[in-house]
Design a protein around this ligand. Structure first.
Ligand SMILES: Cc1ncc(COP(=O)(O)O)c(C=O)c1O
Length: 400
């Protein structure tokens, strides 16, 4: 009898964490490495949010929370959905988890039976298929292309849906591509979903506040109210408020689903950290000027990176609408020889040779289900981004 569960053999470790770890190891050995693998803002959490946590500690808010979240946070979440997304959710329809990650995991755990399929557009955030597999479901994929901005079309979605499909995962703006769906694009998806009443939508709106230029963020239940009764709208404070370490995510949806997720959470964590929840109340209800300031910084970084990458030989980099990632293609460099003598046979080798030759750590696209591409996180200073892009230009020029 094997000691470890069979479920473990179905999943693989996160490639993004592996790249961050590799960059850390090389740095520890004294190599000059620029890590562009991490998926978190480089800003500190705003002081008003930190102070709300400190005050909560001093008030003695140090006990177990209610499983689904403290009442003031569930109210703040309901208000946020009304204010920013024009969605009516009662506080009882919301749930707070230990990061958006746990919300997603528990939604799958609460709903998936063996054979149930979850449609995931490629390229996808690395955790979606693994979570589906861990929960006993089957991930299926809907392909996108750079030509349609890495966004799933109605036709591609229609092709991916089967009678076993239980969920569609939508992530806009996307990790890893930065692509964000316009209202018209969501309409096209909604029209397909209306024909398949068994399919629910899990919309991961984690990067909602990071969109650039005149892009207007919309979420699917707002675009098509008929989908409200089968949508779980997920969001969190990690990216918008630079709170990745506080581990608070949340969602709202039909009460039966929320109750099922509450039951799982009750046997799992008993709820998210009380102090971090009080900090999140301040994040959602307090001043929001931090968001606009950061957006402007991220947009300038995106523009710098896109421009410099498009000047690198053989790299083609679309300018995405949001998040803090770009997803350039290295297809034109496949077949060329790196300074080490190794032939670039795809994005994984491209990224390992880039790290070897120039000390720039990026994540290979195949890890996200679509290559030959690579993901750059531009959540780091312009100085470092400029240096990293200069090194990428030098590396691509050196390929023979
Ligand atoms: C698309 C997406 N969803 C969810 C998460 C999880 O966020 P959290 O830090 O709230 O667990 C991430 C984090 O990288 C993400 O990129």
């Amino acid at each position: 009898m094997a000691f470890l569960a069979d479920a473990l053999s179905r999943v693989k470790p996160s490639a993004t964490i592996a790249v961050t770890q590799k960059a850390r190891e090389l740095k520890a050995k004294g190599r000059d490495v620029i890590g562009l693998g991490a998926g978190e803002p480089d800003f500190d959490t705003p002081d008003n949010i930190k102070n709300a946590a400190i005050e909560a500690i001093h008030r003695g808010e140090t006990k177990y929370p209610p499983v689904s979240g403290i009442a003031p946070l569930r109210e703040a979440i309901a208000k946020k959905f009304k204010r920013e997304n024009n969605l009516d959710y009662k506080p009882e329809q919301t749930i707070v988890g230990t990061g958006g990650k746990q919300i997603l995991f528990n939604a799958f755990m609460a709903t998936l039976n063996p054979g149930d399929e979850v449609v995931i557009p490629t390229p996808y955030w690395v955790s979606y298929p693994e979570m589906v597999l861990l929960c006993g479901g089957t991930p299926t994929f809907a392909a996108t292309t750079a030509a349609n901005g890495f966004k799933v079309t109605g036709a591609a979605l229609e092709k991916a849906i089967t009678p076993r499909t239980k969920w569609l995962v939508l992530n806009s703006p996307s990790n890893p591509s930065g692509a964000a769906y316009t209202e018209a694009e969501l309409r096209e998806i909604a029209d397909v979903l209306l024909k398949h009443p068994q399919v629910w939508v899990l919309t991961d709106d984690m990067y909602e506040h990071l969109t650039y230029g005149d892009f207007v963020f919309k979420t699917i239940a707002e675009v098509e109210p008929q989908l409200y009764s089968r949508t779980l709208t997920m969001n969190g404070v990690s990216k918008a408020y630079a709170m990745t370490g506080w581990r608070i995510g949340y969602a709202a949806g039909p009460i039966e689903l929320i109750k099922a997720m509450d039951m799982i959470q009750g046997q799992q964590t008993s709820g998210a950290c009380t102090i971090a929840q009080w900090a999140s109340v301040e994040a959602l209800n307090g001043p929001q000027d931090f968001i606009a300031k950061n957006k402007a910084i991220f947009q300038a970084r995106r523009d710098l990176v896109v421009s410099m990458l498009n000047q690198a030989r053989g790299i083609s980099c679309p300018s995405p609408e949001g998040a803090f990632y770009v997803y350039p293609s290295c297809a034109d460099l496949v077949g060329k020889k790196a300074p080490s003598g190794k032939v670039i046979d795809g994005d994984e080798t491209f990224c390992s040779e880039l790290l070897e030759a120039e000390g720039v750590a990026v994540v290979f696209g195949s890890a996200f289900g679509l290559g030959p591409n690579f993901r750059i996180s531009y959540a780091t200073s312009e100085t470092l981004l400029e240096e990293a892009c200069t090194r990428i230009q030098r590396f691509t020029a050196s390929l023979a």
